[in-house]
Design a protein around this ligand. Structure first.
Ligand SMILES: NC(=O)c1ccc[n+]([C@@H]2O[C@H](COP(=O)([O-])OP(=O)(O)OC[C@H]3O[C@@H](n4cnc5c(N)ncnc54)[C@H](OP(=O)(O)O)[C@@H]3O)[C@@H](O)[C@H]2O)c1
Length: 195
């Protein structure tokens, strides 16, 4: 077994997305208020404190995102702190749009995951958007899907996994219902996943 294969076995790529009930991840105008949670409380649900959320985020070793998601994240106020992030893009970026913790990457995605990232990071979070996630799924590079369903119908927008994926069964690992009406579903690609 080569060194890169050994590392590749230990990495865990988690695809994380927030979807509306009707399967959209973004509105046409890119507004994000639909991800807020005013309104009814689901009494049987759980809530997590800011400290718990911060401790969880600390377990993430790096983020991977497509360039459109990157641009939107910059507009909203960078949410990934100082955790390393890799932006997949074939464009040249002006220095003003760069941050110290960010690397730009334009090559093959399997090489990105198994050669560039796996030796350095175990918990790799793929955080969008639809185009990049679709490509990762097609290439079999996703170990876990962590899908958060927001309690809202959007009617139109950008589809979660809009392209042509082949039929593939995933294994449900966990379900968490939150007081704010959001539900988080965790699936793994393999029933014996060590993610
Ligand atoms: N609801 C959620 O959880 C969630 C999460 C993330 C994003 N979003 C939303 O989704 C939208 C963006 O998603 P999107 O699907 O339009 O775009 P995206 O996946 O974020 O970015 C697409 C871009 O990534 C680069 N790219 C993708 N695949 C590549 C490959 N194989 N090789 C090289 N570069 C590649 C290209 O960049 P270049 O054109 O620069 O070469 C491409 O134009 C935004 O509205 C964002 O807010 C929602």
């Amino acid at each position: 077994m080569s060194l890169s294969e050994g590392h590749a076995k230990r990495r865990c790529v988690t695809l994380h997305m927030v979807s509306s009930l009707d399967g959209f991840i973004a509105k046409k105008d890119n507004s994000v208020s639909w991800m807020d949670s005013p309104g009814s409380v689901y009494e049987a649900g759980v809530s997590i404190s800011e400290e718990e959320a911060a401790a969880f985020v600390k377990t993430i070793d790096c983020y991977v995102l497509g360039s459109r998601t990157y641009e939107h994240a910059l507009e909203l106020g960078w949410p990934y702190g100082d955790t390393p992030a890799i932006v997949v893009t074939r464009r040249e970026w002006p220095p003003a749009r760069m941050r110290k913790t960010i690397e730009f990457y334009a090559g093959d995605l399997k090489t990105l995951v198994d050669v560039k990232l796996a030796p350095r990071y175990r918990n790799i979070w793929l955080v969008g958007g639809a185009m990049l996630c679709q490509r990762f799924l097609e290439l079999g590079l996703v170990d876990e899907i962590r899908l958060t369903i927001a309690p809202v119908l959007l009617g139109e927008g950008l589809r979660l996994f809009g392209g042509l994926l082949k039929e593939e069964r995933w294994n449900l690992k966990n379900v968490v219902a939150y007081k704010n009406g959001f539900v988080e579903l965790l699936y793994s690609a393999s029933s014996t996943s060590t993610c």
